[in-house]
Structure formats: C-alpha cells, structure tokens
Ligand binder design. Sequence first.
Ligand code: FNR
Length: 379
Amino acid sequence: KAIPRLEECYNLFDFEHIASKVMKNAAWAYYSSGADDEITLRENHAAFHRVWFRPRILIDVAKIDLSTSMFGTKVQMPFYVTATALGKLGHPEGEVNLTKASHTNGVIQMIPTLASCSFDEIVDAAQPGQTQWFQLYVNSDREVTRKIVCHAADRGVKVLCITVDAPQLGRREKDMRSKYVPPATDDDDTGATVQKGAEVDHSQGSARAISTFIDPALSWKDIPWFQKVIKDHGKPMKLVLKGVQRVEDVLLAIKYGLDGVILSNHGGRQLEFARPAIEVLAETMEVLDRNNLRNRIEVYIDGGIRRGTDIIKALCLGAKGVGIGRPFLYAMSCYGVDGVNHAMNLIRDELEMNMRLIGANKIEDLDRSMVDVRSVDQH
Ligand code: FNR
C-alpha cells in the first residue's frame, strides 16, 4: 500500500494513523489493542489533557539540555523504549530496529521476555557502552526464571524489570478476533522459543498464544528470592516492578528494598479501568514527598505518552523518566529503523521547544510548581 514519506510524519500520532492503514491486520490488532472496551487505553493519553502548565517567564533559555540519568546511567533524553512483545509481527528485523535507534539517540531499550528476536540477538545488536534493561515475565518454573535472570546479568543487563500487572493476560478482543496464525516456517518469529514444549493455542489471538507460562502465583514473598538470586550470582542488578498502580504498593516496594517502580497499566491492555499512570504519579509523589521518601526509589511511568509535553508533565510531577511503547512499534512497522529515529527526533524537538516555553533549561529545573494538577486531583 502507498505510504506517506517519513518527512510527512509531524508527530507520533501520524505513525499510528499510517500504521492503521498499512499494517497487516493481525499485527495491527496485536499492537493497537487494549482490554475490553479500551477505556483505560483511551484515558492513558487523555489524562495528560487534565494537567496544565504554570510556565516561568524571563528565564534565559538559549541553551536546553535534555540529558538526565536513569539508575545511574546517563541518557540523552528522559524517555526509554519500553518492552513490547513480538517485534517481528511489524517488521522482519523486529526489536533490533529499536536497539539501533536507541543507540543513535542515546536512550535505553527495555528488552522484553517475549521478544521475537532472541535475547542474545538483541544484546549482540547493541553497541559497546549501550545500556539495555530486561523485562521479565516470571515463569511458573522458577529454575527457568533463575537461569534467564542470571543470563541477563551475564550479558550486562543492570536493571531487571519484573512485570507485575499480568497474572493473567487481559482480554483484547481486537487481537482475539484477528486469530493470529503463526508463521509456518520459523517458530522463532513469534517469540515462541521462550516457552518451548508448551501447548500453544493460537485461536485466541497473539497475546494469549504466547503467555501461558506466566505464573499467576507470583507474590511479594518472591521478592527476597529474586534479591538472593541476584546477590548469589554476584553481578549487581537493580530490581524494578513494572505495573504498579497505587501508592500503597510503592510504599511496599520501598519496604522490600526495591530500586524502582514503573507506574503503568500495561498500555491499557490488562485491567480495564486501571487509572492512567499520570494520575497515579500525582498521588504517589505527594505521599513520598510528605514522608521524605523521594530519594528512596526511582519512579517511572508509561502509557499514552505521545507528546513532549506529556513527558515534561510527568517529570514536573516527579517521574525520573517515562517509557514509550506503541509509537515506536508503529514507526518501526511502517519505516523500519529510520522511522524509529524520526519518531525520536520529533520527541527531541518537542521536548526542546516546550522546555523553552515553560522556562526550564535542564531536566532538574522541572518541578511540581510548574504544573497545575487541580483537575487531576478532583477527578
Ligand atoms: C506491551 N507491553 C508489555 N509489557 C510487558 O511488561 N511485557 C510485554 O511483553 C509487553 N508487551 C507489549 C506488547 C505490545 C504490542 C504493547 C503495545 C505493549 C506494555 C508496555 O511495556 C507498556 O506498558 C505500554 O506499551 C505503554 O503504553 P504505550 O506507550 O504503548 O501507550
């Protein structure tokens, strides 16, 4: 199908629009779908519309520095590429496109457990010094999980993000209707290697087909086990929970000695009517600040981040950084690595311009006084 030139993509929504027209049905259905009626999916971005700026004036904003750090790693922009499964559904080179663009733009890539490329292929595609995190789905067989974690540590991963919002896969009806059919030739193309030997039922869509191994019994009691596995292995990794949705659980994460939390509802693909992360962030940072706990844990958010202003709002409210998912998948599916680079350039331009307009030279200048969240609090 005819596809607009890359230069005609002026913002991240453009990629979504083009992807909806040109992607294969099964891939589009898997990437774009959300749970049930997709209310949380819709609200993830819409919630940013309820936060307003309180810009400062007459600040010298000739120079803007977008760099910051995430778990001690310097990054060029305050976002990372979050983990999204099945990259080869959209593009033959899959997640490696994201690895390359992340390097070019100086940002971190979170490698998914259910990547289409193998974990080692994705690590091998990284340049020396490039930082990658690993997203973990915990297998019911803890020995399998232990090996995966140790292997990630051996390959240089320093941050392990355990997904905690998916004890069962949400019901994504668009994906189910598309009845994902596995490629006939190569099982690896689906990421199916991660759960060899499991009976895979493809009649319920991609998501359900690949996720049968995830352990619904995972609980807080397992956290010390992970800490011990990492300690015994002798290669330090930060431990992060991905999918936290209330401040009480952030406080528990601090109590358990975790290094970070990602406030996220899995891009609206899990619990329908889960709140948008920007709202959970506002609630969380208020409590952390009141109890002098902000320095105890790094807080990130993901879900619905499509504009530079969305990122700036999150940072004003106290996030250390944000994760972005679908826009890079759409850019990759339509234009390969060039598309992802272009998407990241657009974000850079939007960040730079809006930092100027809000009166902030650098990321540390962003604080809560620069946003008005009254309509979030009342919500
Ligand atoms: C995801 N997400 C996800 N999360 C995770 O922990 N493990 C996974 O395997 C996946 N897979 C996945 C596939 C696809 C197609 C999507 C869209 C998302 C969730 C992801 O990490 C993140 O939470 C959301 O994508 C963020 O929302 P946006 O940026 O897509 O709106």
